[in-house]
Each structure stands twice: as C-alpha cells, then as structure tokens.
Design a protein around this ligand. Structure first.
Ligand code: GBH
Length: 444
C-alpha cells in the first residue's frame, strides 16, 4: 500500500520502533521447567470464561520456539521487543524459592535479542499472578505488594544490566476492574470495593518496586503502562460531559494523580464513597516516585453517554473485529493531553493494533485493514509529536497472533499469522508494510 506518511515530518532521532507480546499469551509450556500455575491457568478452566474454551497451555509455543521468533523480530527491522516475564515461572509458589530454570529462559531471551541487535523492554506483571498468591487474597491482600517487590528485585538482579526498560505493571485498570469488578478477566471477581483496593495495591507495589530497584542501582528506565482512551461525551448534555469526566478520572487520573500529585482525584473519591480503598499513612508518598516513562496502550476512544447503554457500533463507526471503533485521531488527542496534563519525561506507545478477520491463503495474509490501522495510527503519533507531545517510541500489538484472553484464539492481533495446528508463522502484509516503513524511516 502507498505511504500515507510520505508527507509527515521524520520521527525524532532515537525514536524507538518495536513490537510487543506478553508471556501468558504466547509462551505455552504451562507446566514446563517448574512453572507454577497463574490465575489465568485457573480462570481458563472456569466454564464459559473463555470464548472458545481454550487456555494458554500451548498458545504459540514460544517457550520452545523463541529463537526463530526472535529471528522474525529481527527481520522486521525494529529496534525494540517488548515482552513480559511470567512471575509463576520465576517464583512458582509466590513466596518460596526462586526457580532458576524459569529465569534461565528470560536470560536466553534477553541475550538472544541483544545478539540480534534488538533492545529488550520488559514488563514484570502482564496479569499472570501466581495462583498461590491469589489463594492468599491476591492483589486484594497487602502482602502481595511485598511479594511483587521481591520478585521485581530478583528479575532486576538477573536482567537489569541488559534491558533498556522495565515496566512494573501492564494496565492496572484492567487487572483491577475487569478482574475484580466486572469479573470478565482473571480472577473473575465482581466486587467494586475489592477492585479499588486492588488498584491501590498495584500502585503501591509499583512505587515500592521503583524505590527498591533504584536502591539496587537500576540503570534501566523504569515506568508503568496504562490502557488509556480519550472520553468523548455522546451529546452536549451536561450529564454526558460529567460522565466523560468521571470515566477519565477512573481510567487515567486515578493512576496518574497518585504518581504525580501523591493523591487520588477528589471527584473520583467522592463518586466511590465507601468503595474507595483503604490507604495507609505513607502510601501516597511511596506511590509518588518519578517515572522515567509512561507506557500508553491505545486501541480506541470511548464515547460516553449518561443514558446507558451507548453503542458506538450502532452509531455507524468503522470498528475492528473486537467491535472497537477505529479512531486514530484519538491517539493524537490522548498523547497531547498527557504531555500537557502531567510532566511526563517520555511517552511510549507500548501497544497499538487491531484484530481483523484474516485469511491465510497461498502463504499470504492480505490484511490491508490492519496495515491501514497501523499506518494511520503511526501518522497520529507523528501529529502528536508535532503538537509537542514527548513521544519516544511506538510498539505494535502484537508480533504474533496469540491467546486474546477471554476472547481466546479467535481474535487475531498479530502482524505475523500463527497456524495453531502446525505452529507455522507467516508474515502478514501488515508486517511487510511495517518492515518497509521502518526501512524508509532509516533512509530519511
Ligand atoms: C491490551 O489490553 C492488553 O495489554 C493485551 O494483552 C491485549 O492482548 C490487547 O490489549 C488486545 O486486547 O469494550 O469497547 O469499551 C486492552 C485493554 C481494555 C482495551 C478494555 C479495550 C475496552 C474497549 N482493553 N477496552 S470497549
């Protein structure tokens, strides 16, 4: 396809292009080399929890195919690969001995990336809490905060000298709200006060981990990844505007105000009332650590109406296979607003991409819709930079088709197709577009 970016200014020098994955979604090998069960292993066995009834037991078998998968990463010409460490591989029972075999896998992965000239960006928690910790209250229990800090220090001691970037948590809102309030993600609970307590413990563990890693002499850039979306009122009615402001409070300000102002937003606390979390003295100061970067996962905007339910699809917008509206200008708006509202030193788009109805035929996947999605969102990032947003990188979600959580394997986000029966990988047209786009970037 032609280059909609031909007329955009070149990206700043040092801008980092990448692809992203997460452990449970690709690794498989669920019972290999001493890995313990995570809350997702458990949740996948709850009847009806996963659309196709499958689990991450095998997934993309990346645990065994990592070397050829890294060759694919290199072939794209990206600078960075963002992946997550499976906590239940590193410390299978949550608080006992660390499992050397589990850590060895990530050691090989990091060295394998460096050998291929690709920079590792690691995430410590992409949702796969050890089940043993869930059995003791999970993220609702304050002890889990300290177990996370121990795990973070252990991973940092092994890999910290070779990774450029360490993310504490991927999308705390998703873990807290989808996992403990809506119950659609592991651990499948439905209790708002618990969800808010979980969000507080995630933030606290983030802040304490940053302090611990810095005390340990961290050289890597340290930060957190949030799922964010601009909220647009469906109409001009004041009730819709108020709702949009509150939703932004729950998704964005709830996580960034503590980090930057050491307090939760007043309007959100007022709305939560008795559902607000218990905060101990000193917690807010512990959370308010400087971050080196904020990771932004962007998929769509959110149109908000006080009159539920509002259906964006019914409003006639083009959507991906997830039913999420395709709205690239929302990424510009979001990044510009973040740069204006908070003194973030660096924003990195840590995930962006779409699920589409791909068809593999004669060794090709003509996913022009995905390539267009990526190209228009990359252009939106360029617009944000032109408007002053400090964006330092962009990563495609995802390298591979993979286990899309409650949606199972039916929803494909990869720029590389995976045939699960044979584990054969095929570069989709979107991957070829990204590779060629990156090659052109380097020539400018
Ligand atoms: C990310 O989460 C995850 O980090 C990643 O593991 C996952 O595979 C990827 O995205 C794709 O899903 O229901 O229309 O209101 C995404 C988090 C939160 C994004 C909920 C969409 C609601 C859209 N998602 N959000 S809608």
């Amino acid at each position: 396809m032609n280059d909609p970016l031909g007329l955009t200014p070149p990206f700043p020098p040092g801008f980092v292009w990448g692809v992203a994955t997460s452990a449970y979604q690709i690794e498989g090998a669920a019972r290999v080399d001493g890995r313990g069960p995570s809350i997702w292993d458990t949740f996948c066995r709850v009847p009806g929890a996963i659309a196709d009834g499958c689990s991450g037991d095998v997934a993309c078998d990346h645990y065994h195919r990592w070397a050829t998968d890294l060759d694919l990463v290199k072939s794209l010409g990206v600078e960075a690969y963002r992946f997550s460490i499976a906590w239940p591989r590193v410390r299978p029972d949550g608080h006992g001995a660390f499992n050397a075999a589990g850590m060895d896998f990530y050691d090989k992965l990091v060295d394998g990336l460096l050998a291929r000239g690709v920079t590792p960006y690691i995430t410590l928690n992409h949702w796969d809490l050890p089940q043993a910790l869930q059995d003791e209250g999970g993220w609702g229990a304050r002890d889990t905060v300290h177990r996370f800090v121990e795990y973070a220090r252990h991973v940092h001691a092994r890999l910290g000298d070779r990774v450029r970037s360490i993310t504490t948590h991927n999308e705390p809102w998703v873990m807290a709200v989808l996992g403990h309030q809506n119950g659609i993600f592991a651990p499948g609970l439905k209790h708002r006060p618990l969800a808010m307590q979980v969000s507080h413990h995630l933030l606290l563990s983030h802040g304490l981990a940053l302090q611990a890693l810095r005390a340990d002499g961290a050289k890597a850039e340290l930060g957190i990844v949030l799922n964010l979306a601009p909220f647009h009122p469906a109409t001009d009615a004041p009730a819709d505007h108020d709702k949009a402001r509150l939703e932004d409070g729950l998704l964005r300000r709830w996580y960034l105000d503590p980090i930057y102002h050491a307090k939760y937003p007043e309007d959100v606390l007022a709305e939560l009332g008795p559902d607000a979390p218990l905060v101990q003295r000193g917690d807010m100061a512990d959370i308010a650590q400087p971050i080196d970067f904020l990771g932004v996962n962007y998929y769509s905007r959110s149109v908000v109406s006080a009159a539920e339910p509002w259906d964006a699809q019914a409003a006639g917008h083009e959507t991906t296979a997830m039913g999420w509206e395709i709205y690239p200008q929302g990424l510009t708006e979001l990044l510009v607003a973040l740069g204006r509202d908070y003194p973030v030193p660096a924003l990195i788009v840590t995930e962006n991409g779409g699920a589409f109805a791909d068809e593999l035929s004669h060794g090709r996947v003509h996913d022009a819709d995905r390539a267009r999605y990526l190209a228009t969102h990359v252009a939106a990032v360029s617009d944000a930079i032109a408007q002053g947003a400090p964006v330092h990188g962009y990563m495609v979600w995802s390298l591979l088709d993979n286990f899309e959580w409650a949606s199972g394997y039916d929803k494909r986000f990869g720029i590389v197709h995976v045939d699960y029966a044979t584990q054969r990988r095929t570069l989709k047209d979107s991957a070829l577009w990204y590779r060629d786009f990156l090659a052109r970037q380097r020539q400018r």
